[in-house]
Design a protein around this ligand. Structure first.
Ligand code: KG4
Ligand code: ZN
Length: 342
């Protein structure tokens, strides 16, 4: 079963073709056109600019994805079993571009369309070359827009166990990087600079809600705590790697503690990482170590780095698991759902 995926919920225009078999998918092509350079100078994504850029990129990106997968335009109707598109959550005007494209392709080629929740898409990045994920699974979903702990009991059964009450983990990285004048996106910049410090020395930041007894998060106070520390330190510019190390570790400590607690509580057989922040090498390594130490025998799965930040292979992968259950959305019913939750 071959599925075309389209993703345009924020600042990446992406298209991908995957082939699904059993409980796993194989990526035949994966094209991402990133707008990072466009938004960098503003320190964040400008929705109006993002949507205009999606309009320019979407068809060339789809065309390249089809070509790279060896599918001719004339064979789309016979080769593809579904067209999956992210319909939310995300920026309305950006989502609309991907949706309108999927609708049109579905109408013209008579291929059924599939509506995909962007967060579920991140989860299904873990089913690319699936290595026997067993349920129940706990998914730590950490992106620029979301921080959630999700219980997955089957391919279509998700429950949110906890989420952030304010900023998402990725958002916290982005805002902290702005405070330290390190550009956008903040996560990669902070994690890179943190590698230069051996220890955080006397810099100490809080671990918000680490002992709250629930699975919720709060990261906006952490950014404010960092700001106060920077204001107190006339030499902070020379100690940026130490600040980055401590800031990153504060986030990782909270994420790991709650993921282990949730996994214990639900006797998880697998733990999955999802979302842009799952590209963070320290988070990947330390979570792996914590699982081995605290709940040995639990399978730990993380997406390949190229499928951590926004991409369409994850949307196509989620599409395959819906298509095989015949869960399609007619093209004339595809609609934007900017605040879609899981
Ligand atoms: O999943 P994603 O591409 O977009 C959303 O759905 O939000 O996530 C983007 C977020 C950004 O906030 C970015 O700073 C963060 O992921 N990120 C990282 C790393 N790479 C990307 N955060 C920490 N460490 C990284 N290496
Ligand atoms: Zn995302």
């Amino acid at each position: 079963m071959k599925i075309l995926g389209i993703e345009s919920s924020c600042d990446e225009t992406a298209a991908s073709i995957v082939e699904g078999k059993g409980d796993s998918v194989k990526v035949l092509s994966n094209v991402v056109s990133s707008q990072i350079d466009l938004h960098k100078k503003y320190g964040g994504v400008i929705p109006e600019l993002a949507a205009r850029e999606h309009v320019l990129s979407v068809l060339p990106v789809v065309e390249t994805a089809l070509k790279n997968a060896g599918i001719k335009k004339s064979d789309v109707a016979t080769e593809l079993n579904g067209i999956a598109v992210a319909t939310g959550p995300g920026l309305v005007s950006s989502l609309m571009v991907g949706i309108e494209t999927a609708k049109t392709l579905s109408y013209v080629h008579n291929v059924p369309s599939i509506s995909i929740n962007h967060i579920e898409g991140h989860v299904f990045a873990n089913f690319i070359e699936n290595k026997n994920i067993n349920f129940p699974a706990i998914i730590l979903t950490v992106s620029g827009g979301h921080t959630m702990i999700i219980l997955m009991e089957d391919f279509n059964k998700f429950t949110t166990l906890g989420e952030t009450r304010d900023d998402a983990a990725g958002e916290a990285f982005d805002k902290a990087a702005q405070l330290m004048d390190m550009g956008y996106p903040g996560g990669p910049a902070i994690s890179k600079l943190a590698q230069r410090a051996k220890a955080a020395n006397n810099i100490k930041l809080p671990r918000p809600m680490i002992n709250s007894g629930d699975l919720d998060f709060s990261f906006s106070g952490l950014k404010t705590a960092l700001l106060y520390e920077l204001q107190k330190d006339p030499n902070y510019k020379k100690r940026l790697p130490e600040y980055c190390l401590e800031f990153q570790q504060a986030i990782i400590d909270v994420l790991i503690k709650k993921t282990i607690t949730a996994s214990r509580g639900h006797e998880a057989k697998s733990i999955l990482l999802a979302g842009g922040v799952s590209a963070n090498i320290e988070l990947r390594t330390q979570l792996d170590q914590a699982i081995k130490k605290n709940i040995p025998g639990t399978l730990f799965v993380k997406p390949e780095l190229s499928y951590t930040t926004d991409n369409a292979a994850m949307i196509a992968s989620a599409g395959y698991f819906k298509a095989r259950e015949n869960t399609f959305t007619p093209w004339n019913k595809l609609d934007v759902n900017p605040t879609l939750s899981i």
